[in-house]
Design a protein around this ligand. Structure first.
Ligand SMILES: [Zn+2]
Length: 175
């Protein structure tokens, strides 16, 4: 079963905004279902992983098992809101509801870039690892923050996304 990305709620996005959003999420879906993502994910050694192995986390993601539902539905759920946050913040997740707020300043900047969907896709996957899977970043030691599960996931999506826009074809994990 492939993992499907599902948008459950959208607030504050114009119709034009949704074009960038859907493009980013289509890219993310193809990356998550790729052999290349699996390989990169399993090689990573994050800090602060709640005691799970990379394989366990991978299986949770790919089965769509979130902290809000026990069922295996092969869906990665998004609850999204576009709203103004302070400059420099990309996005923020409300851990109690799982709603991800994307900074409209950042979103509008990405809209102007040729490959803005790659950065949006990376940012959203980072936030999904907070929102749906409950991973956080440690603040101490400071070097661990960027080695946490959300950063590692977001970085892999960004790097593979950059390769896809340059023409790399990904191999589906299901063959
Ligand atoms: Zn984060």
């Amino acid at each position: 079963m492939d993992l499907k990305i599902k948008i459950n709620s959208l607030e504050g996005f114009s119709e034009e905004d949704t074009h960038l959003l859907y493009k980013a999420l289509r890219l993310q879906e193809s990356i998550l279902n790729s052999q290349e993502f699996k390989q990169r994910w399993l090689q990573a050694k994050p800090k602060h992983n709640k005691g799970f192995s990379q394989l366990q986390i991978y299986n949770q993601i790919m089965k769509g098992q979130s902290r809000f539902e026990e069922i295996v539905d092969y869906e990665l759920d998004y609850f999204l809101r576009k709203y103004k946050l302070k400059r420099g913040t990309l996005a923020s997740t409300a851990m109690s509801t799982g709603v991800i707020v994307i900074n409209l300043l950042q979103f509008n900047y990405w809209k102007k870039l040729e490959n803005g969907h790659v950065y949006l896709s990376s940012c959203l996957f980072h936030e999904a690892l907070h929102s749906q899977h409950g991973f956080t970043h440690p603040w101490f030691p400071p070097s661990w923050k960027r080695r946490s599960v959300p950063y590692i996931g977001g970085n892999i999506v960004r790097e593979l996304g950059e390769q896809v826009v340059r023409g790399r074809k990904l191999t589906s994990v299901k063959g």
